[in-house]
Design a protein around this ligand. Sequence first.
Ligand code: ADP
Length: 192
Amino acid sequence: MNIIILGPPGAGKGTQAQHLVETRNMVQLSTGDMLRAARTSGTEMGKIVADVMDRGQLVTDEIVIGLIREKLEEGSEGGFIFDGFPRTLAQADALEALLNESGNSLDRVVSLDVDDEVLVQRVVNRAKEAVAAGKEARADDNAESMRTRLAEYYKKTSPLLGYYYAKGNLKSIDGLAPIEQVQASLAAALDA
Ligand code: ADP
């Protein structure tokens, strides 16, 4: 089964994806994680994306589609969880084409519904907690960058909700419930 977890920054996509990896033998493809790995590797591409990410803007479709293509070629028995991808309609089209090429399909798109103000607070708290624990906070986890990330989300990513609804594979769940409850709703959405 191949699924997309859709939702604004800080909605808990990564947390939910991780749980599916542990319980369903699925492979998580997080473009955010891949891009963070690319920036620490110090490659040319890493240098280009670092600045864009810190400002909270989206990196180019070409770069993220390239990253996803490589990972899809490795295959996954339990299927893939797309986390943070697609973020634009062009990425959604590319994903469909890549899945079709390998004889696969997109089975579900699950939207984590949340409240904007709660998100901004979550992300700011995530940064504070990291600092309190002596770790480095993500460079883009601050109120200003978060507002840009949210604006990018509403401008470029949220149209995907309507797109997938129209295609018939969208399920929306309450992303503000306690983590275990979100896990249960997600499982129900996948098994329905
Ligand atoms: P969050 O969902 O908390 O914003 P992510 O880890 O998914 O964080 O992404 C962090 C940053 O990486 C984004 O703000 C963006 O700059 C970049 N990024 C991640 N995925 C994509 C994508 N599919 N397309 C373009 N940019 C992306």
